[in-house]
Design a protein around this ligand. Structure first.
Ligand SMILES: [Zn+2]
Length: 400
């Protein structure tokens, strides 16, 4: 007999987009009068955009950057080792002949696959690279504070990943910073027709960093610890004339095709990602499972809902199939919870208590089930750098 709940969403009584699987609990989501979310509207606009014209605009921006750069780098590109980084490096260096300075703010949670992808891309594209790595102890303390502060585990990555490329742009006097996917692509924050034109300091503080570094200071975290996470001052922004752009606003973005391209052309690798059915987003990190599980506990949906919605928009899944995938994966307790509890010294009870407090008021009455994950994760949930050290220690032990 057919399951009567087949194809129905997780949360009863909550508005969902009538096209995809995105609920009204998504941060800054907007629905039109028909009940269609902004990401779905954007995916429709995307078909009607004159991409040939857009590409000409892109060429003009790059030509201008090159002519102004002189002996300096043409632009900054933030790379994580993810598939977007590799694709962006391909576009910049191979298609447009740009000389970028690649910068990485390490979350210090590199997966083995992610580490390989990062160094592989540096070798394949021959780019100069700067990486900043916050120390292990600070990352652990911030991971704890992050949950209490913003209700996910990853503040240091949101904040550092936003601030570091801009800090380097200021230090090296390189005004153009190139990002990948358009903000219109999958978030409700802008559309292709109304792109966010001004990516100023306020935008960074509100949207990417989520919380001013000063607010993270407590008895365990000093102002000095926070140094790497501050944005340059408005004067510094102004002086260098920082400009930010997303390649996805100029070239037709297709995650799936791009992943296949970088995989087949440059040997980029996917891996298993906890909490979802796709293996190519956030493959660089061991903790996306925790990031998305906390989102589920706060907002009632996780990464599989998000990815299924993209697939529904692209006609790869029906909306019902999307809801079934999200019900299967979003509620799974990730293996990375164990690692998180270990590095923060938090108990499981404390974790769930904090997450209960963080749940949005409008869904406080709804029960959000969690289930034990029965598959063993393909990749070890331990930062790859620590795995290397452990391996060497083991080798020495065996020798003696
Ligand atoms: Zn939608």
């Amino acid at each position: 007999m057919k399951d009567p709940n087949y194809g129905k969403p997780q949360m009863e009584g909550v508005q969902y987009c009538i096209r995809c699987c995105i609920p009204a609990t998504q941060e800054s989501v907007k629905f039109d009068e028909m009940g269609i979310c902004q990401a779905c509207q954007s995916s429709e606009q995307k078909i009607h955009i004159n991409w040939v014209e857009k590409e000409k605009e892109l060429r003009r921006i790059f030509e201008e950057a090159k002519s102004k750069a002189g002996n300096n780098y043409d632009c900054i590109i933030g790379i994580s080792g993810g598939k977007d980084s590799t694709f962006q490096l391909h576009v910049l260096t191979k298609v447009y002949g740009m000389k970028p300075l690649a910068v990485t703010h390490s979350h210090n949670w590199f997966s083995e696959t992610g580490w390989y992808n990062l160094v592989n891309s540096l070798e394949k594209f021959n780019v100069d690279h700067i990486m900043f790595t916050p120390n292990r102890n600070l990352v652990n303390r911030l991971a704890k504070k992050s949950l209490e502060g913003i209700g996910d585990t990853c503040w240091h990555c949101h904040a550092g990943g936003s601030a570091f490329p801009v800090q380097i742009a200021v230090k090296f006097n390189i005004p153009l910073i190139v990002y990948g996917e358009s903000i219109a692509e999958a978030s409700g924050r802008s559309s292709y027709m109304k792109p966010l034109m001004k990516f100023d300091r306020d935008y960074f503080e509100r949207v990417s960093i989520k919380r001013n570094p000063l607010e993270m200071i407590d008895e365990n975290i000093s102002e000095r610890d926070m140094k790497p996470f501050f944005l340059p001052t408005p004067d510094e922004f102004e002086k260098v004339g920082i400009r930010l752009m997303h390649l996805g606003d100029y070239i037709f973005w297709d995650d799936e095709r791009q992943m296949e391209f970088v995989r087949d052309t440059y040997g980029w690798k996917e891996t298993e990602i906890e909490g979802t059915y796709k293996g190519y987003k956030s493959a660089e990190c061991i903790m996306p499972g925790m990031h998305d599980f906390t989102n589920y506990l706060k907002r009632g949906y996780g990464r599989s809902t998000y990815q299924a919605s993209v697939d529904v928009r692209n006609g790869l899944l029906s909306r019902e199939e999307g809801f079934e995938l999200s019900k299967k994966y979003d509620k799974e307790i990730p293996e990375s919870l164990d690692y998180y509890l270990k590095i923060t010294g938090m108990s499981e009870e404390e974790f769930y208590r904090i997450m209960k407090e963080k749940r949005l008021d409008e869904i406080k009455h709804i029960e959000l089930p969690v289930i034990k994950k029965t598959r063993v994760n393909k990749e070890r949930i331990l930062p790859y750098t620590e795995q290397l050290i452990e391996k060497e220690e083991q080798r020495r032990k065996n020798e003696n």
